[in-house]
Write a protein that binds this ligand. Structure first.
Ligand SMILES: NC(=O)c1ccc[n+]([C@@H]2O[C@H](COP(=O)([O-])OP(=O)(O)OC[C@H]3O[C@@H](n4cnc5c(N)ncnc54)[C@H](O)[C@@H]3O)[C@@H](O)[C@H]2O)c1
Length: 347
């Protein structure tokens, strides 16, 4: 049985509380992988972090080898295999992700420098703290000994929200017996923000004896626009109701993101969304951004699904999200310096 050392930052927070059980119960890395858990937070949350660690002890998860709760990034990231970066100031009602750049970019830079020094160079990093795409770019930049392809950001929550709305639509259209898992190959392009582009044109619904393209359920432009707006605004709607950003669904999406990316036993034939470095992408998105694309597994990693037909209207939306990310990059550069990604080997 292998053991993976998994770091969760912001471990005293809401998402971590829902994520820890998923990581320790085999849902992410499978039932044949043990987990060595490192929970990191900041001084301010020290007592809460200790309380979470005490609860983890009381759970006696069969796959959990060891759990360390710490305020030291060096201790947390030492020899780590996987890191989920949740630590940061959350988006509150009325805030856009770009308001968070000033709050979170410097914290991410410091953690990234630590990873560069003390983690395995093979570490895989999922950035969740907002603004997730731009924070991911910052993390990549300040850990130059770790390959850029080892850094991704979470847009899977947006994909799952899209799946949820499509599921509702199947019910309105009286398509019998459809479950969420039957709705495949949906994707999110661009930024994890209100400019994100929920994309249904590759999507299909497969039940025994039937296959329906998702686009058939959205025959008018009005319906498509409504779907886009519902997905783009779902996060804000949840914040309004709960006075806090999504916790349970974010944790679930992180588990799916990590499993589809890293668990070799998970099915390889589907499309899923993650933010990755845009450099060299086949859709003409500017290099040097962390942009969400439809991905699939390939030998040795993941690849952007090529040759997808994109309408002029969707192209405009992709460009708007790209422009927003270019603006975020500039804002972040004014705080942490140039974010051009160049790799070098660790000495
Ligand atoms: N990408 C997405 O889809 C998505 C979805 C939901 C939430 N988020 C983001 O995820 C992050 C976590 O959300 P949450 O609801 O758990 O927030 P939360 O406020 O409940 O928890 C955040 C935790 O991070 C800690 N923290 C702050 N700075 C830190 C640092 N430098 N190092 C380590 N820990 C630090 C805080 O003490 C707190 O315990 C937020 O930035 C939120 O906006 C992203």
């Amino acid at each position: 049985m292998q053991t993976l050392t998994v770091v969760i930052t912001g471990a005293a927070g809401r998402i971590a509380y829902a994520l820890i059980p998923l990581v320790c119960s085999g849902m992410v890395f499978g039932n044949e992988t043990r987990v060595n858990l490192r929970l990191l937070d900041v001084n301010f949350a020290a007592d809460k972090l200790q309380g979470v660690a005490m609860e983890v002890e009381d759970c006696n998860y069969p796959l959990l080898e060891k759990c360390i709760a710490t305020l030291s990034a060096d201790e947390a990231f030492h020899d780590a295999d996987v890191a989920v970066l949740l630590g940061g100031f959350p988006r509150l009602q009325g805030m856009e992700r770009k308001d968070l750049i000033t709050k979170n970019a410097e914290g991410i830079r410091e953690q990234s420098r630590t990873m560069d020094r003390v983690s395995k160079t093979t570490i895989k990093v999922c950035v969740v703290a907002n603004p997730a795409n731009t924070n991911c770019l910052v993390a990549m930049k300040f850990a130059p000994s770790i390959p850029p392809e080892n850094f991704t950001c979470l847009t899977r929550l947006d994909e799952e929200r899209l799946r949820g709305f499509v599921l509702q639509k199947t019910r309105e259209n009286k398509l019998a017996g459809v479950c969420a898992k039957d709705i495949k190959d949906l994707s999110i392009w661009g930024n994890h923000s209100a400019t994100q582009v929920p994309f249904i044109d590759c999507g299909y619904i497969e039940t025994p004896g039937s296959r329906v393209q998702v686009s058939e359920l959205y025959s008018s432009e009005v319906e498509r626009k409504e779907l886009t707006s519902q997905v783009q605004n779902r996060g804000a709607a949840i914040i309004k109701m709960q006075q806090a950003s999504s916790g349970l669904s974010a944790a679930n999406a992180i588990a799916n993101h990590l499993a589809d990316w890293l668990n070799p036993n998970v099915s390889t034939d589907k499309i899923f969304s993650m933010g990755i470095l845009s450099t060299g992408n086949p859709y003409g998105i500017a290099d040097g951004l962390v942009y969400s694309f439809p991905l699939r597994r390939c030998a040795g990693g993941v690849e952007i699904v090529p040759d997808i037909n994109i309408s002029a209207h969707v192209r405009e939306m992709l460009a708007a999200s790209e422009a927003e990310l270019q603006g975020e990059r500039q804002d972040a550069e004014s705080l942490v310096g140039d974010l051009t990604i160049a790799t070098r080997a660790r000495l």
